[in-house]
Ligand binder design. Sequence first.
Ligand SMILES: [Zn+2]
Length: 346
Amino acid sequence: MDYFSIIYKDPLFSIIIIIAIITLVAIADYTKNRYKQKIKQQSLSDFAKNFENYGTDENIGSLLDTSKYPASTFTFIANIYVTNGNFGEAIKMYLTILDKTQNLGEKIQILELLGIAYYKAGFMQRAKNIFIEILKHNPRNTKVLLLLVQTYEILGEYKNALSVVSCLEELDEKVDEVKKYIQILILINDSLMPLNEREVEILNINKKSKITKKIVLNYFKTYNIQRFWDLICDSNDIINYIDILWNINNPPIDQIKINKQVADVYRAKGIICDDIECDIFELETLRVINKYSNKVGDLGFKYKCSYCQGIYPFEIFRCPTCAEIGGIHLVLEIMEANNEKYNYIL
Ligand SMILES: [Zn+2]
């Protein structure tokens, strides 16, 4: 037996070899991770530089260098700027903090806040780029995924929005209604698909959705008015669609009389003149004014979010404040019309 055979068969030698291998692997792994971290940090820093044309704040920068307070204090101030709608200052602060922060986790957090500030300020393209960059580092960040869906939606990139919704589905997020809503938006905006095919698909999705009916009604009002009347006369509750009906002056009287709620709108408008009272207070008030007074009443509309109670003067489907879909309710306002009394032929 030679010298080396003895060494190889020595159990102590084997243990030393195993420990050496484990140590080497650990060192290699640590070095690899450090390198990866550095590359990620560098790529984030390079990415942030793309936005610096908005300007960093030198005063805040030097304050950050000398201050004993952590960067989170400055982030807190920037968040207050966002709350108050001072997005320019907030963006400058975030960019400055981003420039001074070395920690990868903190950098991503600030990048997220910066993306939200751009989103709220209406810089959708910048917000989109930032959200995509964050997702490269953290693809399971559901908050950013949801923000990216909204950003794509505002940019009109509905197919991309749907891809992100699929990612959220894989993460077990409840996005079933959002998915149908985006699918409807894709169909409505798909000018290449023949109208009849589009109609079938829209109706199929709408049947299963709780939140898309108003969008679909608006679509059919433009593209297939008969389908519009069929759908609306089939509705049990039309309170949220009164604004659409109010702007149509030539309804098919015989058809709409089947649905009292729809007919009430035209009683209030003075187009149907009978003595049947309207169920909704505002409509009944207008019916009485139009029938018995020389004054002409009209309806104004506002849109209220039932989730955050925000009120908007224009029609929306997704609340711009809380981003919820399907919670917008119509608020009716009686007002005096400026024009002369209508003379409808009955
Ligand atoms: Zn809201």
